[in-house]
Design a protein around this ligand. Structure first.
Ligand code: AQP
Length: 344
């Protein structure tokens, strides 16, 4: 069975959006609108897998929606909405909780990283998170999911869940005259120069919303020009000039990170950036990176601030998006309930 090309992706409103979210996800969402029908979700149900102050959750939800729009998502021809407005996400997640195996879930490295030594005391939702993520994607039979590298394993789990559902219910699916491969085996889209943006102070750690020891580690989308320039100026580096060959970045995580950021912001490859800056010191490269970062991020921040100042307009966009998402979700859920054997 071939599925119409459809993109789904989401971002958690679990803190302030940062450059990693932008380069690994949001920036890449924009061009896909030309080739796919796109659904971009603010995944608030994922955010509450760790404690969120209700007011912070609301603020961050509007901010993620504003970032999508400010970055260039067309809300008329595509869909943006917040997950909790479409209850079918929770409904399908429960079915997938019953499809996914404990052994699969136990292997999820992001859970291990986030739970750390505290695994007895984290929420059940945090453990089940990847099953809800599979539901988000498969509810719309999405064929492609643009994400950063940290989500690769969750996408593999999504394919495993789809495959097992298709097999377990294979006879029922056939009896109902539905297509044999009911759910698609969704392709992750992990591409570009900055699929894993790292902390500016420690090139071995991912830049993250909730894991920064200091503000200097992270460039936030709402940082002003001075803050961006200052953080780049003080970013950790090594004493060597930039190499002439991209291979020589291998054991230089901080240099590699800054080159990757530059490349992604300039829509270039790392090799192209090296061709321009190879042999030069960070005293030359950092100001160029700061200038480029400000020129790309400042207009987005300005537009985000304008949008979050008009909650009425954002509410209208999110409600309209949720209505259109729900229509697709409910059409699929009706079949899924039949497949599972629920009496309606
Ligand atoms: N550092 C990163 N580099 C590249 N891509 C990244 N993403 C996140 N961090 C980086 C991508 O952003 C999208 C949204 O991620 P999320 O909000 O669902 O949660 P996350 O991956 O757990 O991101 P954070 O920012 O680290 O959030 P917290 O700290 O709250 O867990 C995804 O496509 C992700 O790959």
């Amino acid at each position: 069975m071939t599925f119409p090309p459809r993109v789904f992706s989401g971002i958690k409103p679990s803190g302030d959006l940062h450059l990693g979210n932008y380069l690994g996800a949001i920036r890449r969402f924009v061009p896909l609108q030309k080739t796919h029908h796109c659904i971009y979700c603010v995944v608030d149900m994922h955010a509450i897998t760790v404690w969120q102050e209700p007011e912070d959750l609301r603020r961050a939800t509007y901010e993620v929606a504003a970032a999508y729009i400010a970055a260039g998502i067309d809300t008329k021809n595509h869909i943006i909405f917040n997950q909790s407005q479409v209850l079918q996400h929770a409904e399908l997640a429960w079915i997938f909780n019953c499809v996914a195996r404990m052994g699969w879930m136990n292997r999820m490295t992001q859970f291990k990283d986030k739970a750390g030594k505290n695994s007895e005391n984290v929420s059940l939702g945090l453990f089940a998170y990847p099953s809800l993520m599979a539901a988000d994607i498969l509810l719309y039979k999405a064929t492609h999911v643009p994400v950063g590298e940290d989500q690769k394993q969750h996408l593999e789990l999504t394919r495993d869940i789809a495959q097992k559902f298709n097999n377990d219910y294979g006879k029922r699916i056939k009896d109902l005259h539905l297509d044999a491969g009911y759910f698609p085996l969704t392709e992750p889209m992990i591409a570009g120069a900055a699929t894993r943006v790292r902390s500016l102070r420690d090139g071995t750690r991912k830049m993250s919303k909730s894991d920064a020891a200091s503000d200097m580690e992270t460039i936030y989308l709402l940082d002003d020009a001075d803050a961006i320039a200052n953080k780049i100026k003080r970013a950790k580096t090594d004493p060597e000039p930039l190499p002439e060959d991209v291979k020589d970045l291998e054991n230089r995580p901080e240099a590699d990170n800054l080159i990757s950021i530059y490349a992604a912001l300039a829509d270039k490859t790392k090799q192209e950036v090296i061709a321009e800056f190879g042999g030069k010191g960070f005293g030359v490269f950092k100001p160029a990176l700061a200038e480029l970062s400000v020129s790309v991020l400042s207009p987005i921040a300005t537009e985000m601030r304008r949008l979050v100042g008009d909650k009425g307009e954002l509410d209208r966009i999110l409600r309209d998006g949720a209505d259109r998402a729900r229509a697709i979700a409910e059409t699929n859920m009706r079949e899924i309930r039949e497949i599972v054997g629920y009496v309606r």
